[in-house]
Design a binder for this molecule. Structure first.
Ligand code: ZN
Length: 247
């Protein structure tokens, strides 16, 4: 079975629709694993949550989802993020608010061989897992061979070279398949709706359970469509322009 892995959709419908179309083509859209932050930053929270819920899926909440629900203080967010969350609160349908509120497990500790958590096994909601030192400290904190995280919006693979040993970091190329073998891994597919690795293309991954590979993908999407919707809603300029550059 092939599973689509998506994270940090951030209410960017044009990006999410493009990724879903690509997953359908790759035969990987029967099931989605979603690593959180479905809302925030973008102009289409209802549409993105509806699209996600069209699929058989598992999902964990992210910091923006928690911010919207009041489960983490709004003071934790910068002005632009706060603007988007405040706006989202005014438009989010009650059934979708209830759906987000029902995501009460901040991490899924044994989803097949994968632990799924938005930020890190040490802090499921807020830790930015960016370097090998922090990853090294996180490997003992989950029991499965593999862990999927999001949050940084940067595709990355942390590999434990031996049990308790040094951790290596790799930034996977688009199309690169990581073999699921003996090494334990922490993998981040990157962000669907707001990439931050200086590549504006939407990021996602496909898990092939038979081949035992995790393949990283990038895809162009109509950025201007999302930006026009943001402009019409008077979203902060920086949130609009950063989509052009992927940071
Ligand atoms: Zn995010």
């Amino acid at each position: 079975m092939r599973i689509g892995i998506v994270s940090d959709i951030h209410a960017n419908l044009a990006a999410f629709e493009t990724v879903i179309a690509a997953l359908r083509q790759a035969g990987a859209a029967d099931r989605l694993w979603c690593i959180g932050d479905m809302v925030g930053y973008g102009p289409h929270p209802n549409e993105c949550l509806d699209l996600l819920r069209d699929f058989d899926h598992v999902c964990v909440p992210g910091n923006h989802d928690y911010g919207l629900l009041g489960k983490t203080p709004i003071s934790n967010f910068n002005n632009d993020a706060r603007f988007a969350l405040d706006w989202t609160a005014t438009v989010l349908r009650p059934d979708l608010h209830a759906y987000l509120d029902g995501l009460d497990q901040p991490w899924l500790p044994d989803n097949g061989q994968f632990t799924i958590v938005h930020a890190s096994p040490r802090d499921p909601i807020w830790e930015y897992l960016l370097n090998t030192g922090d990853a090294h400290e996180c490997f003992p904190l989950f029991a499965t061979p593999y862990c999927l995280v999001g949050h940084t919006h940067i595709p990355v693979v942390f590999r434990e070279t031996e049990p308790g040993g040094p951790v290596k970091l790799a930034q996977p190329e688009a199309g690169e398949a990581v073999r699921l073998g003996e090494s334990r891994l922490i993998c981040n597919p990157g962000s669907v709706g707001q990439p931050r690795d200086s590549n504006p293309q939407a990021a996602y991954a496909i898990l092939d359970q038979e081949e035992r590979t995790l393949t990283f993908h990038r895809i162009d999407y109509p950025i201007a469509v999302t930006q026009a919707a943001m402009r019409a809603l008077n979203f902060p300029k920086r949130l609009i322009s950063r989509l052009d550059f992927g940071y």
